[in-house]
Ligand binder design. Structure first.
Ligand SMILES: [Zn+2]
Length: 185
């Protein structure tokens, strides 16, 4: 429902009572609202249209701000985890390979860690190494979530293949990693 054009405001009812009587959707008193808007008012609330628009705007801004903050926090955390679970001895070639994987990401796909850093399996933590990376669609990534159910045997294979490390070598808060057992000799 479009709002009445400004040029027609003076032909609107002058008061709420008049609008009620005539069944009009808006009225125009010609006096500023309590926030100083020169605008029309809505029936049946009598609310200033400009005020309502501001309220919606503020709400949207707030939502937007909170959303951006959350996205930034998540992005930082993901970046932090990628750094933390990059083995310190990873070769320059492997680092370049990781960069290339991200750079060549096909449209609509995301880079997925086959063994994620954080998931509901207690056995292993994935590593940020080329062989743990693959492309999946965003939907596949969401569907996968934090789910990974491994048998002891599968977990051993993933650790042996260098895709993951044992959860027991990572502190509870994921801050400290004991790389010693994995250091190539
Ligand atoms: Zn107002």
């Amino acid at each position: 429902m479009p709002l009445p054009e400004r040029s027609t405001w003076t032909s609107l009812p002058r008061s709420k009572a008049e609008a009620k009587r005539t069944g009009a959707r808006h009225f125009y008193t010609g006096r500023p609202c309590k926030r100083g808007h020169d605008s029309i008012r809505k029936m049946p609330s009598g609310n200033c249209v400009a005020c309502e628009r501001d309220a919606a705007y503020v709400k949207r801004q707030r939502y937007h701000h909170a959303y951006r903050k959350r996205v930034t926090r998540e992005r930082r955390r993901a970046e932090d985890l990628r750094k933390r679970f990059t083995p310190p001895w990873l070769s320059a070639e492997d680092r370049a390979a990781i960069k290339a994987i991200y750079a060549a990401r096909p449209k609509g796909m995301v880079v997925d860690h086959f063994v994620p850093f954080e998931h509901d399996d207690e056995l292993v933590v994935g590593l940020h190494v080329p062989k743990n990376l693959s492309y999946v669609t965003a939907a596949q990534n969401v569907a996968k979530g934090g789910k990974l159910e491994l048998t002891q045997k599968q977990a051993h294979e993933l650790v042996d293949a260098g895709l993951a490390i044992w959860r027991r070598d990572v502190s509870a808060d994921f801050r400290m990693v004991n790389w010693e057992p994995y250091r190539p000799r």
